[in-house]
Design a protein around this ligand. Structure first.
Ligand code: ADP
Length: 397
């Protein structure tokens, strides 16, 4: 069966068509600027040149229609008709406490996702728009929702409760949810498979280090703690997000800079993190260039980032009472040799024997520790689209 994987944002839509039999990507693409002037679709059929369609797209329904047209087009299409798309798998950011697994989408499920809108106001409404647009264009095709939060629903109370009045949990469900769940699940399972074990028999720490970054403690195949919280702002320092800070800083900055609460939150989300510290960029590649040019704050930003990664690794080793494997994934985790080196330099206390030579790779499944290391260090490229397509097929079985 061919599964269309959709990741819909407020003005963008990413897609991949995956043949679930052999897990081959038949085509992928990106629609940008939906509802804004300059809408365009970039469609890449596997093994062929990309094509661009630049045309006004007033809404997501029009965008989905153009994606389907591209997929079935005589010249650059990859299937003959829409009937060859067996299912659609939708990435949904927040499933609250309702969704512990992926689920077939029906009206009740849509209503329940909508109830989580408060918890992810930037993401969930856009995800819903994408689902509705697909339903209108493909009314008979089964659709599955795959949640970023679902994998973390196995966290125990001690991990998800904040030290706040309990009534906020009762009234508003204020608690840790965690994100990047699809990636943490995929990567932990693949890491176990790669070392010839079962995730069910292991203690694994997955460091998903991208623009957004989070770390998860995966014990016996289940998430038992993670760094992101009610929202993706908590935990590690990220590209532009502050990660965890003293909450009192919010009021302090608001007063000093004469800012409103939303303005301070905007700074914490968009102007902080490695961009904020380095004053250069949220992209680690730019930091590496700056490092070569001897710019001090670039090194400081990278050091602070690595230091927070190390702190959470230590915390999760304690929470699991040990660790068998530490895994690096996502843009920075897979590709940034310096950051991995900086992090691993701290891990000797675990009997983690870092192999600098083996670490000298980008984006490839690799063991980066010596054969005698007590803890295995790995790079495992994440593949959220493939994970969503697998989930979609499993749910429909
Ligand atoms: P997102 O959270 O947006 O999915 P990514 O996982 O793509 O983010 O991570 C983006 C970060 O990964 C950037 O800081 C970038 O420097 C880094 N990155 C991505 N690809 C590469 C690469 N090929 N080489 C070095 N760094 C990379």
């Amino acid at each position: 069966m061919n599964v269309l994987v959709i990741n819909c944002g407020s003005s963008s839509l990413k897609y991949q068509l995956i043949d679930s039999k052999n897990e081959a990507v038949l085509a992928k693409g990106l629609v940008e600027r939906i509802g804004i002037e300059g809408s365009k679709l970039k469609h890449t059929p596997e093994g062929k040149e990309s094509i661009q369609v630049v045309t006004p797209m007033e809404n997501h329904k029009i965008a989905v229609g153009l994606v389907i047209d591209a997929l079935i087009n005589k010249d650059h299409g990859v299937v003959k008709s829409m009937n060859e798309i067996g299912a659609v798998g939708h990435r949904v950011v927040h499933g609250g406490e309702k969704f512990k697994t992926s689920t077939i989408i029906n009206e009740d499920v849509l209503a329940a996702i909508e109830e989580c809108n408060d918890l992810a106001p930037l993401h969930n409404p856009a995800n819903l728009i994408g689902i509705r647009a697909c339903q209108e264009i493909m009314p008979t095709t089964p659709m599955v929702a795959v949640f970023d939060t679902a994998f973390h629903q196995t966290m125990p109370e001690v991990s998800y409760l904040y030290g706040l009045p309990y009534e906020y949990y009762e009234k508003y469900k204020v608690r840790r949810y965690g994100f990047h769940g699809t990636s943490h699940m995929f990567v932990s399972q693949r890491a176990a498979e790669f070392v010839g074990k079962k995730a069910e028999d292991m203690k694994i720490i997955v460091c998903h280090l991208g623009n957004g970054a989070s770390i998860t403690a995966v014990q016996n195949g289940k998430s038992i703690d993670t760094t992101m919280g009610l929202t993706p702002l908590e935990g590690l320092i990220m590209g532009t997000r502050s990660g965890s800070i003293d909450p009192a800083i919010i009021e302090f900055i608001a007063e000093k800079e004469k800012l409103t609460l939303p303005e301070v939150m905007d700074i914490l989300n968009k102007k902080s993190g490695i961009l904020g510290i380095s004053k250069i960029s949220s992209d680690f590649r730019d930091l590496e260039d700056a490092l070569d040019n001897g710019i001090r704050l670039a090194e400081v930003a990278m050091d602070v980032f690595s230091h927070t990664v190390v702190k959470y690794i230590g915390a999760f080793v304690a929470v699991m009472n040990g660790v068998d494997a530490i895994v690096f994934t996502a843009g920075v985790g897979e590709n940034n040799i310096i950051v991995r080196e900086k992090v691993c330099a701290y891990l000797g206390y675990l009997g983690f024997e870092f192999d600098k030579e083996k670490n000298n790779v980008k984006g490839k499944e690799t063991i980066i520790t010596t054969p005698t290391s007590k803890v295995i260090g790995l790079i495992i490229p994440t593949n959220e689209e493939l994970a969503i397509s697998r989930e979609t097929v499993n749910v429909l079985k």
